[in-house]
Design a protein around this ligand. Structure first.
Ligand code: COA
Length: 260
């Protein structure tokens, strides 16, 4: 699969997707959103991919937001459509993938960039990263899930302040807020994330997919997360991985999971 705006490569069970528009600080235009959808879908369906990493190319930015030049003259309907399509194709899509997705935030993650990082299952930042939702400084609001996911991750008061001030926080503040799980040097970011991905990939991928679904259920209106957990727990008992994992424990050996 070839793309104009992204790179995707798989090694040791880890697919790394890199947004590759460094001259535009990896801003998300609509073509990039469509390409990301295709790349995430392909990686999720590929048997060899256990974990997906997403990062930005260059040393400056993860993603500096949605591409402002594309929507500057949009109407009300076009604006609504832009948010709806983007949420469906990329942000909700990534959040609900069965394959774990880690955002390696390597610089500016602003607007749609932070929204993309927040849609991932968790985030690691390099120490030069800066994060924020500056949309109100452009006369608009976050439209790719930012008003929902930011308060879920850092609490309502902090989210209100960050969105209202259109400010940016640095990597350490993001760590302090729980927005990212770890902060590394710039050089260590990808090796650190790949190491985490390897640890994840030694476990049962079929169980991990069920865990993602159950955790996400906590954030869905009208869904009883405990009920989802009970069903997902039961589902695992019918998998080969469960048989292998419990047998391996009782036989005092390492489990060899097939993800089935
Ligand atoms: N959409 C479109 N283009 C963008 C962009 C965005 N969100 N963010 C950066 N770019 C482009 C710039 O227009 C510039 O292009 P040019 O060289 O053709 O003029 C290029 O990327 C480099 O950006 P520049 O602003 O010159 O870099 P900087 O180091 O001075 O500033 C930022 C970096 C991130 C502070 C600044 O680019 C910025 O504020 N970006 C917009 C952030 C934003 O509001 N995002 C939310 C969008 S809803």
């Amino acid at each position: 699969m070839t793309f104009n705006n992204i790179l995707s490569e798989t090694e040791n069970g880890i697919t790394t997707i890199t947004i590759n528009r460094p001259k535009k600080l990896n801003a998300l235009n609509q073509e990039t959103i469509k390409e990301l959808h295709k790349a995430f879908k392909a990686a999720n369906e590929a048997k060899e991919t256990k974990v997906i990493l997403i990062t930005g190319s260059g040393e400056k930015a993860f993603v500096a937001g949605a591409d402002i030049s594309e929507f500057a003259d949009f109407s009300v309907e076009e604006g609504r459509d832009l948010a709806a399509k983007g949420q469906e194709l990329l942000f909700d899509f990534v959040q609900n993938l069965e394959t774990p997705v880690i955002a390696a935030v390597n610089g500016f993650a602003l607007g749609g960039g932070l929204e993309l990082a927040m849609a991932c299952h968790f985030r690691v930042a390099s120490n030069n990263a800066k994060m924020g939702l500056p949309e109100v400084s452009l006369g608009v609001i976050p439209g790719y899930g930012g008003t929902q996911r930011l308060p879920q991750l850092i609490g309502k008061g902090r989210a209100m302040e960050l969105i209202m001030t259109a400010g940016m926080i640095d990597a350490n503040q993001a760590l302090n807020y729980g927005l990212v799980n770890h902060v590394t040097s710039q050089e260590e970011l990808l090796p650190f994330c790949k190491n985490l991905a390897l640890k994840i990939s030694r476990n049962s991928m079929v169980a991990i997919a069920q865990a993602i679904q159950a955790i996400n259920a906590n954030y869905q209106d009208g869904v009883d997360g405990f009920e989802v957990e009970i069903n997902a727990f039961g589902y695992c008992f019918g998998t080969d991985d469960f048989e292998e994992g419990t047998s391996a424990f009782l036989e005092k050996r390492k489990a060899d999971f097939k993800g089935e």
